[in-house]
Design a binder for this molecule. Structure first.
Ligand SMILES: CC/C=C\CC/C=C/CC(=O)SCCNC(=O)CCNC(=O)[C@H](O)C(C)(C)COP(=O)(O)OP(=O)(O)OC[C@H]1O[C@@H](n2cnc3c(N)ncnc32)[C@H](O)[C@@H]1OP(=O)(O)O
Length: 243
């Protein structure tokens, strides 16, 4: 699945809806046993949640958007397929979450590319299921420090921390992703799927059990004037950076 929503593959409501429909089609196709996620936009895997979806909109819109974000994570983290992220560009926040939610992450070894859960830098807080996914990948200590500081890690640092599993030159990315996929698909599906489910069930169940509470928490948090102001300032900062 190639993300192609220029300029930065931000995760808008439309993007997320299309992502979920695409994933469901693949999940229901008995001939499809694995998916490689990558980007068709140069230098960007995904810039994370579309900030304009969380800024200056109605409470109803925030709730609809957050349910879609939850759905995307539930479907991907709970997928029976082998999921490989071929990270060919920067991947902050929600973009990093997509990569973390996969079974395996390969990143291009470009010193300009960054990845991480940088929510704290925007004055917002990564929800518990972002945090759980991060902890399950890198362990508690690395996740705690990285989340509190809202760190965006270079590709080599991300590799050192275990946030990505492998680094490759850009020209080798697709070949490497295909080789990893072949290795994972060599196992019997039922054994691999039951193992995956056993490892992820507690974290998935936790969101399912608290889904509406999590929506209300997000809506209350994001609609606070102080948070709206932080997000507006952040968007301004992104635009000024270009001038
Ligand atoms: C209780 C729970 C509460 C809250 C939890 C909410 C969780 C949120 C998780 C998230 O995902 S928040 C989003 C965090 N994302 C970021 O911080 C990334 C911001 N973007 C960047 O750092 C850079 O844009 C980039 C490194 C991805 C790419 O840099 P570059 O190639 O130089 O592009 P530009 O910065 O010039 O951006 C082009 C264009 O795109 C707009 N844009 C960038 N990111 C976003 C975004 N996430 N949402 C919406 N729009 C975005 C940027 O403003 C530029 O727009 P122009 O109109 O100026 O062209």
């Amino acid at each position: 699945m190639k993300f192609k929503s220029p300029p930065v593959n931000s995760l808008s409501l439309d993007f997320i809806t299309e992502f979920c429909i695409g994933l469901e089609k693949l999940e229901n196709n008995r001939e499809c046993r694995g998916v490689i996620f990558t980007s068709a936009v140069p230098n960007i895997f995904s810039s994370g949640l579309d900030i304009t979806e969380m800024c200056g909109k109605s409470m109803e819109h925030y709730a609809e958007f957050w349910r879609a974000v939850q759905e995307m994570w539930l479907r991907l983290y709970g997928s029976n397929m082998v999921t490989v992220a071929a990270v060919n560009g920067s991947s902050p926040a929600g973009g990093c979450l997509i990569a973390l939610t996969c079974d395996y992450r390969i990143m291009v070894e470009n010193p300009k590319f960054v990845i991480g859960l940088n929510e704290a830098q925007l004055g917002i807080v990564a929800p518990f299921w972002f945090k759980d996914t991060f902890v399950n990948t890198v362990g508690h200590r690395v996740a705690e420090r990285s989340l509190q500081l809202g760190s965006l890690h270079s590709a080599s640092e991300a590799h050192r921390l275990g946030l990505v599993d492998e680094l490759v030159p850009e020209v080798k990315l697709q070949e490497k992703a295909a080789a990893v996929m072949a290795q994972w698909l060599a196992l019997p599906d039922h054994a691999r799927q039951l193992t995956k489910s056993m490892m992820r069930k507690a974290v998935l169940d936790r969101l399912v059990a608290h889904r509406e509470e999590d929506v209300q928490n997000f809506v209350n948090f994001i609609s606070k004037e102080s948070i709206q102001k932080s997000l507006r300032m952040y968007m301004e900062m992104l635009k000024k950076k270009k001038r």
